[in-house]
Design a protein around this ligand. Sequence first.
Ligand SMILES: NC(=O)c1ccc[n+]([C@@H]2O[C@H](COP(=O)([O-])OP(=O)(O)OC[C@H]3O[C@@H](n4cnc5c(N)ncnc54)[C@H](OP(=O)(O)O)[C@@H]3O)[C@@H](O)[C@H]2O)c1
Length: 344
Amino acid sequence: MVKVGIINVTGYAGAELARLLAKHPQVKIASVTGRSAVDQPLGEVFPHLAEMGLTIQPHVDDVEMAFSALPHKASAEAIAPLIEKGVRVVDISADFRFKSAEDYPRWYDFHHPAPYLLTEAVYGLTELRRPQVAAARLVANPGCYPTGAILALAPAVKGGLIGGDIIVDSKSGVSGAGRSLSLTTHYCEVNENTQAYALEGHRHLPEIVQELAALNPALSPRVTFVPHLIPMTRGILTTCYAPVAEGVVPINPKGEAEIIEEYRSFYRDEPFVRVVNAPPQTKHTWGNNACLIYPTLDQRTGRLIVISCLDNLVKGAAGQAIQNMNLMLGLPETMGLEALPVCP
Ligand SMILES: NC(=O)c1ccc[n+]([C@@H]2O[C@H](COP(=O)([O-])OP(=O)(O)OC[C@H]3O[C@@H](n4cnc5c(N)ncnc54)[C@H](OP(=O)(O)O)[C@@H]3O)[C@@H](O)[C@H]2O)c1
């Protein structure tokens, strides 16, 4: 059994890590932390986790592997000393996702406390970086929106199927905003309401651009990303639009079949990414580590449309973090992540 710790189990991502790791056959949760609940039983904060019998501690102690589910900045500050001590870490925050330290003051409003770790950290979109994740000391787990957007676009970007003018339109459940209280996420503000936000540039935009550019340096992606908050608890549905590059496939049913085949072959052996035959719905991935992808060709405009969906707390956070941990420990990638979605 590998001894693991969860830093900040008192947030939604941390609690979801605990829920999923509770049944992992090769992991023992040795310690969990949470600033507001030190010395309290985890079951007092989250009754659904009571059977785990854990008590919240001030620091992770005596672990071989740690997950950080802290907010940005606090996460980097907590992780740097752990790496020094030889603990391998998966960070669920954004603190090691960018390659350039200069992006942090610009997008997250802080100066990075451990910039020397940014080149070493591996951006852990598992399906695209397996060997690097397996060997990493520090994995930067991708953001929830970027996971859905990048997986939806990766086959088209890597295969040179589309031009760089890309639109990403996402709808997210409210747990994506975390457990901390804010006016925007009050019941009365969210219920029976839908709103677009961060049109001036969401923090996940540079992450999407960074990773699409890495997949195809010739593309120079120009991404318009508009997230929406919708009245549900979990899930992200993303629709991506991009012009099909001239001459790569005919703009007709045969061209669409070629695109779908490219997607199927790209994700052929993936346990968690599935190309589906009909537009996926968020309920199809609720509580489960899958990302479902539906590519189509709009034959009137020559645009590729790709829909993806995932659970923001699972494939978009805790589930993908465990998938990365499994790789880092040389365990089967699906271990502890086999549960089917809850539906309806
Ligand atoms: N929610 C998602 O869908 C999702 C998906 C992917 C990634 N993430 C990332 O995962 C991390 C956690 O997100 P979350 O949604 O789980 O957040 P959350 O539910 O809002 O949890 C935040 C908790 O962090 C603690 N906290 C706040 N500031 C702190 C500080 N300076 N030092 C120590 N603890 C602090 C607070 O817990 P106490 O009350 O105990 O102090 C707060 O309740 C974030 O970096 C987020 O970007 C979230």
